[in-house]
Design a protein around this ligand. Structure first.
Ligand SMILES: N[C@@H](CCC(=O)N[C@@H](CS)C(=O)NCC(=O)O)C(=O)O
Length: 304
């Protein structure tokens, strides 16, 4: 480390002195030198990035026939991912026992979102589209045995969780709590920290466009409660959402609730799960035990 600091610091001091000298003697030449060196540095950085991206792409495309490369952000301290959609997809891949490798280098995919996959050289984004594609390709449609009515219920519950309840959580986490959960649950590189408030602000704006972000925090909490109440009532005494066996819907529900069940800080939703909807709480533990026996090994050990 000390060696590295000296490697950078000494040449930088030397260059600074040389530039000061040159500036005193000839300003136009100094400016030209700074511009030329700057352009050369930027070009060499861009070339290096290009080479890295080519080698990464080669690695992903050569992962092996029918091996899924799962592109996701680095692990969390208490939950393998802070993203409900990542936990959803990874749970599905485990449920279906599809061979896969994890990539943390490029978490944002073709749609600018995480998770995404590369399969036999093809990139696919969006957890639901990926699950449907994998289910068809590997013959792992866990809801194939359901009646049309049951499929309709499973679809509606999935939409409630993925497209509605997620906003209730987001308004709480990014709006009311201003992203505090992020800092408690994952190691965020120092250079990302100044950008985070911008990301949270963008989310709050998106929630306003969606509509839910225009309600008071109290109202949003109650809207979220109704989703949890519905899930809890539907689950009842069943081991899994659609009966005795797990289906795709379980990946969605577990993915969305895992954070509140397993991670700090205490939130209104965590409290609801612990006090009012205990069957959902127990269900999350059941899902974790069944599909994530290596849960602890999938956590970031660098917890402060
Ligand atoms: N419908 C997408 C949603 C994915 C999503 O919203 N991911 C979030 C993380 S939870 C994300 O990538 N956010 C980054 C951004 O929007 O810039 C899916 O099911 O995969």
């Amino acid at each position: 480390m000390l060696q590295n600091v000296q490697d950078v610091w000494l040449p930088a001091r030397f260059a600074g002195r040389a530039l000061r000298l040159l500036w005193g003697k000839n300003k136009p030449v100094t400016i030209t030198v700074v511009v030329v060196v700057g352009v050369m540095k930027i070009r060499s950085y861009m070339k290096k990035q290009e080479r890295r991206s080519v080698s990464r792409r080669r690695r992903w495309n050569n992962a092996g026939k029918d091996v899924v490369v799962l592109h996701i952000p680095p692990r969390g301290f208490f939950c393998p991912s802070l993203s409900p959609f990542v936990v959803k997809l990874e749970t599905y891949v485990r449920m279906a026992e599809i061979p896969h490798v994890i990539d943390h280098e490029e978490p944002l995919g073709p749609k600018g979102k995480t998770p995404w996959i590369t399969l036999n050289g093809e990139d696919v984004g969006d957890s639901q589209m990926i699950i449907e594609k994998l289910a068809a390709k590997f013959g792992k449609e866990f809801d194939a045995h359901l009646s049309q009515e049951e499929k309709a219920v499973a679809h509606s519950l999935r939409i409630m969780v993925d497209e509605y309840f997620v906003w209730c959580l987001g308004v709480y986490r990014y709006g009311q709590e201003q992203g505090r959960h992020f800092l408690l649950n994952a190691s965020i590189p120092w250079f990302y920290r100044p950008i985070l408030p911008m990301y949270f602000k963008r989310y709050v704006e998106a929630a306003k466009t969606q509509g839910i972000g225009r309600h008071s925090y109290r109202d949003v909490e109650e809207m979220g409660r109704k989703s949890l109440q519905s899930l809890s009532a539907w689950l009842g005494e069943k081991p899994f959402m659609m009966g005795a066996n797990p289906t795709e819907l379980d990946c969605t529900v577990f993915g969305m609730l895992a954070f509140d069940v397993f991670c700090p800080p205490l939130s209104p939703f965590k409290r609801m799960l612990e006090k009012d909807y205990r069957n959902l709480h127990a269900y999350c533990h059941r899902m974790k035990e069944k599909f994530w026996p290596d849960w602890d090994k999938c956590l970031d050990p660098n917890r402060r």
